[in-house]
Ligand binder design. Sequence first.
Ligand code: BMA
Length: 317
Amino acid sequence: MQNEALVRYKRNPILLPNESNWWESKAVFNCAVLREDNRIHMLYRAVGEYEKYISRIGYATSTDGYCFDKRKEIAIAPSEEYEKYGIEDPRLVKIGHQTFLSYVVLSDYVSQRPSASTALATTTDFNNYTRLGIITNKGSDNKDVVLFPENISDGIQNLRYLFLHRPSTWVGSKYGVQRPSIWIGEGTSLTNFEKHTLLIKPEQQWEMLKVGAGPPPIKTKQGWLLIYHGVDKDHVYAAGAALLDLNEPTRVIARTKRPILEPKEPYEKNGDVNNVVFPTAAYVMDGKLFVYYGAADKVCCLATVDLENFLDYVLKD
Ligand code: BMA
């Protein structure tokens, strides 16, 4: 396999800011995508000014996964006190028949200083969204929260809900990790995760500063496929991948040593935040893995790869 495991779509970026639509005039990036039958739904983060830098969420739809049509109106605007400074980086997942959206909120929910938490909402039609509130622990400065698309049985008791999260304040000897890392949370309901296990911490140079989950994990024969981002000492954001045990996802089976994607193209190197590839959505269609990522906090992009080849690569790297 070549240097990077993922192959960029030739016609990237797939989504650009729209100068004539005020709320998405500056940047559209870090999208959530959900594939349902013949329709692909996308929710993306949009910025329309740099003074307050408040993010809103837009909606787009596609039939092939490459070409998306944006809806003109805002899909979700901050309305709750805890969303006061914006809603960012949505992630979509379907559990059973229900569609869930986890998203970062910036507010002074924790202190006078805006800090990050993650909230949850549901939707049945991508027009109306029911808010379920904040699901991360108070004070954990928590982003990159993704739910597993199904519950896992512990073999004895009830089904467990699982999610991945990145509590930035959970560092130091008490937590057994020196840098913000990916944790796996388990709970009996989606709004109450009581058990937390450290899953992935920085190991390679390219992820030395911190790591965070990307898209919700994808179930494959070889395990749960997790794509994540890592940040190096120069604040370059690159992507890696790991496989988690299907029955016991707290167990990491494999993990790439090298980035599967790193900033190379001009649209990844130059934008509102330079040198960023930030994967936030993925699915498999006809044996092909589609990975959507934000580039330089400015635009949405796509990279693909044959799933079987990619899984072999993750197991070998
Ligand atoms: C992270 C998040 C993302 C952003 C990335 C790179 O902390 O804020 O929304 O894309 O930084 O700036």
